[in-house]
Each structure stands twice: as C-alpha cells, then as structure tokens.
Write a new protein. Structure first.
Length: 300
C-alpha cells in the first residue's frame, strides 16, 4: 500500500512506493520511489522546478510500451495521463494535443473535425507524450512527420516550444536536445477530410487490428521493431515460437510479435521471454530483433 505525501508546492497526487503494475499494460512491475500525477500543467511545472537536481525522472502515460522490472523504479515517476489532456483545432491545418492525451482520442478528435493525417494514431495504444518520445507509428504512419512544433520542459521547470529540426528522429527513435526533460504537447499538421475517406480507412484498420491482435489481453503492443524489409511477427512465427511460455508470460498465439501476461506473471518472466525470442530468432535466422518496448527499473 502506497502512502500519500503532499508537498506544499503541488496540488496533484503524490505517492510513495506506488506499485507500477497498476499503471502498465502488462500489469507487472515493482514500485516507484515516488509517483506523481499533476493536477494540471502549472502544477507539473512547479513540481519539476522543486525536484532535486539529480533526482531521476521517468515519464509515464498509459504504460503501454513499458516493462518495469520487479524491483521497481528509483527516483520519481511522473504520470501525465488524465492531467495534460487538452485538445484544440487551430484553423484548417493544425491540431494541438497535450502530452497526456490518448493517441486514439487524438485520432477520433481529428476525425470529428474532418481532418486527415492522424488516423494512424488510433492504432497506437499510448499517449501523445509517449508517441513523441519514441516516434510511435502504426499502419504506415509515424508521429514526427506530422509534427509542426513541440512544447518541452526543462529540469528547472521552464517550458519552451521547439521545431522538429531541433530533434534527431528515426524509426522508433528520438533524440532530444540537451537539457530537455520531457514533452508537454505538440502541434500536429492535418489536412481536409470532408468526404470521410480517412475515417473509412481508419475504421478498416481498427477492424483488422481487432481480428489479428490479442486486444483485451495484457500486452505492450508490438514487442519488437520490424527489421528492414521484414516483419518481426513473421520471423518469430517461422521459428516456431508462437505459444512459447515462461512463467506467466506467453508469445501470443494470435500475433507472434505480442507477448501477453496472465495473473501472477512477473516482469522477470516477460524479460526472460523477450531474451529467449531474440536468442532463438538470431540463432535460426541471423537477425537480432530489437525490442520496441522500454525496459526500466531494477530486478527484484
């Protein structure tokens, strides 16, 4: 049971020893030393400004691309989902979204505004902040090609708008300028969709996802990046790994690039299964699959 400690400078929820299994889509993971859910943007900036200079900070959205080891995370975990959730259309060619907005909600908002360009976000099971941090993508679309500008926060609590040219981005990879602590939001480029064509295509993608992926089971989405010219799922399945289990973790029998968990699973089960898949695929095909998920924290 985590105990609440209220800092006089913040209005949000500040907990100690908060179990992160409750905040990750795999439903595994140890506690955070400190866990903070800001009340709003100003509360977040004040909290960051008051942190010790060397305090480790980990950002959390929906915990959908994250494996937290069983020993938990040292320092402070900041969860933006439910706090920074602003959305707004700016003219015909731009939509602003704060970092805590669910990507699927951004896609739906864009659809309701009859705007095209962000439909792929419906296939990303995370928040805008997480999508910016890793250049998340789905169905052939990626986050950063749609970015006009991003708002970042520095260690001293100062916020600033930067352009995409200030960052180095690639496939599931983003390098921020020195001193940037995290993302607060972004302005996204969109176009017109008056005839609803992009809405139709998005519905088809979602239906296909529901039919081919283990939606509803604890997972972190795609576990491995697709290697150039191939698909991780094809390689894993070709090596006979569908259904391979370690403890409470299993390679999905529906989609081989998903690892799912059951009640009682440990983060160590998932991490060992990830390594087993990498070893088998490398031994049989010569390809070293790279995890798409982040693995953080310390072992139990």
């Amino acid at each position: 049971m985590s105990a609440a400690r209220r800092h006089p400078a913040v209005r949000g929820r500040l907990l100690v020893d908060e179990p992160l299994a409750a905040h990750t889509s795999w439903k595994v993971g140890g506690p955070a030393d400190r866990y903070f859910e800001p009340a709003d943007r100003e509360d977040l900036l004040a909290f960051i400004a008051g942190l010790p200079a060397r305090e480790p900070v980990t950002w959390l959205g929906l915990g959908s691309n994250l494996l937290v080891r069983d020993g938990g995370v040292r320092g402070t975990v900041i969860c933006l989902h439910g706090a920074l959730d602003g959305l707004a259309a700016a003219g015909d060619h731009e939509i602003y979204a704060e970092a805590g907005v669910h990507c699927a909600r951004l896609a739906k908002y864009s659809q309701n505004q009859k705007r095209a360009g962000l439909g792929f976000m419906a296939g990303i099971p995370g928040t805008v902040g997480g999508a910016l941090a890793m250049n998340a993508g789905a169905w052939g679309g990626e986050t950063w090609p749609q970015v006009i500008a991003v708002e970042v926060v520095y260690r001293d609590g100062r916020a600033e708008w930067l352009s995409p040219g200030d960052f180095q981005t690639g496939y599931r990879h983003v390098e921020a300028p020195s001193g940037v602590l995290g993302f607060l939001g972004a302005r996204f480029r969109v176009g017109a969709d008056e005839q609803g064509e992009h809405e139709r295509v998005t519905r088809e993608w979602l239906a296909r996802r529901k039919a081919t992926q283990p939606v509803g089971k604890p997972s972190a989405g795609s576990t491995f990046r697709n290697p150039p010219g191939d698909h991780a799922a094809r390689l894993i399945e070709s090596c006979g790994l569908k259904g391979r289990r370690i403890g409470g973790a299993e390679v999905s029998t529906l989609h081989a690039n998903f690892i799912v968990t059951e009640n009682g699973a440990r983060a160590a089960d998932v991490e060992q299964l990830i390594q087993t898949v990498r070893d088998v695929v490398r031994d049989k095909t010569g390809i070293d699959l790279q995890p798409e998920v982040r693995i953080i924290g310390v072992a139990a």
